[in-house]
Design a protein around this ligand. Structure first.
Ligand SMILES: [Zn+2]
Length: 395
């Protein structure tokens, strides 16, 4: 069993230590970061095993991270979030710096927001909340079913209920939309997130999302997607940001969606790698390939289902398999939640359960419409006055 305990819980004034919050810059790499901070490359990169080195490649542009310094400006600790569950913890231990991957401690709050539309949903959500992410999830969830352009009148309203994660007192990671309502010329349209994590309209019909085909036909999944996993033998936290399909060497690999090939070459531990860019910021990756299909190269457009390569075991791989990743704007997401060939209609028990869930959301939506038709700021957080840095310990 692993237990977590709070190493430091302090107010900045009390210990006269400082916590700096910085943003990962575009083009910044982990090694550049270490050099800039004058941190030892050997202890914090070259001395690490390959898995930990690979984790350091997961830092993404725009991510906020924290640095704790003592009153001599010496770096005591750094927390680098890799995704919404796992982070790199760099800390000073006597005269050495140490590296570990640890879970992110976050709390989730369900929040709601309602507003009257004066211009467009995107504009009004952004104006009222200051959150681009909230505007994005609202607009993209209705995108396939409604056309906002022509059918919204001034005075139409919208409500959204969503889960927001907080880390160190600040909103963190993409919010998850739970339910939403938008009026269009006074007519209401709804969307709900069901327990199966898919979205349905008020009739229990699934709202179509981004559709992917399976990249290897008939193959067995040998490893699932996980943002963090405790490795029982190595005794450390790891992530598997894709799905592995076990298949014989030479089995055809197909494009999971139509798009443009933006990479087709060797890439370190990925081995032979293909990256395809799709619409809406989606990207798929196919790793450990034996070889590329003739004519497949960077810049080429491919269709969903088209053979692009063959299963192999190049790079860091223990046997023939396809390592398949799906990313949205650089962020790894579980491809299995998006691989769906037909849209679902709920029936029987599943539909009953959904209707109960829907009823609860509807009541909540009504309440927000009644109590507040004006705009409301939801994300106005003052600077954090305290911060937890956590550590882990076998217990
Ligand atoms: Zn894999």
């Amino acid at each position: 069993m692993i237990r977590f305990f709070i190493l430091f819980l302090f107010t900045t004034s009390l210990f006269s230590a400082t916590v700096e919050r910085e943003r990962w810059k575009s083009g910044e790499t982990y090694l550049i970061f270490l050099e800039k901070k004058k941190l030892p490359l050997k202890e914090l990169y070259y001395g690490l095993d390959k898995d930990d080195q690979r984790l350091t490649e997961e830092m993404r542009t725009g991510v906020h991270y924290q640095i704790l310094k003592d009153n001599n400006e010496t770096i005591e600790q750094i927390l680098l979030p890799l995704n919404d569950e796992l982070q790199i913890h760099i800390y000073k231990d006597k005269n050495h710096y140490k590296f570990e991957a640890i879970p992110i401690v976050s709390t989730t709050k369900t929040e709601a927001f309602s507003t009257t539309i004066t211009s467009s949903p995107m504009y009004n959500i952004l104006k009222d909340t200051g959150s681009k992410k909230l505007a994005q999830i609202f607009v993209s969830s209705f995108k396939n079913s409604l056309n906002f352009k022509n059918d919204i009148r001034k005075g139409d309203r919208l409500v959204m209920i969503y889960d927001q994660k907080y880390r160190l007192g600040r909103p963190f990671s993409m919010p998850t939309l739970k339910a939403a309502m938008i009026e269009m010329r006074g007519k209401r349209h709804y969307i709900y997130r069901n327990d199966d994590e898919r979205y349905y309209d008020e009739k229990g019909h699934e709202v179509e999302g981004f559709l992917l085909a399976r990249p290897v036909r008939g193959a067995r999944i040998s490893s699932y997607f996980t943002k963090r996993r405790w490795h029982p033998v190595l005794h450390k936290w790891k992530a598997h940001l894709g799905v592995d399909y076990a298949a014989r060497r030479g089995t055809p690999v197909r494009a999971a969606g139509s798009g443009k090939i933006i990479y087709a070459a060797r890439a370190g531990s990925y081995g032979n790698l293909i990256k395809i860019r799709h619409s809406d910021g989606y990207e798929t990756r196919y790793a450990h390939l034996k070889s590329f299909r003739r004519g497949i190269h960077r810049g080429k457009y491919v269709k969903k289902g088209q053979v692009i390569a063959y299963v192999g075991t190049t790079g860091r791989s223990t046997g023939p398999h396809l390592h398949f990743e799906l990313r949205k704007r650089g962020r790894a997401i579980n491809p299995l939640q998006v691989v769906q060939v037909t849209t679902k209609k709920l029936h029987g028990k599943a539909k009953k359960a959904f209707m109960r869930l829907k009823e609860n959301y509807d009541q909540s939506i009504e309440l927000h419409l009644k109590n507040d038709t004006k705009s409301k700021k939801v994300h106005s957080f003052k600077d954090i006055s305290y911060i937890h840095f956590i550590g882990k310990k076998d217990g």
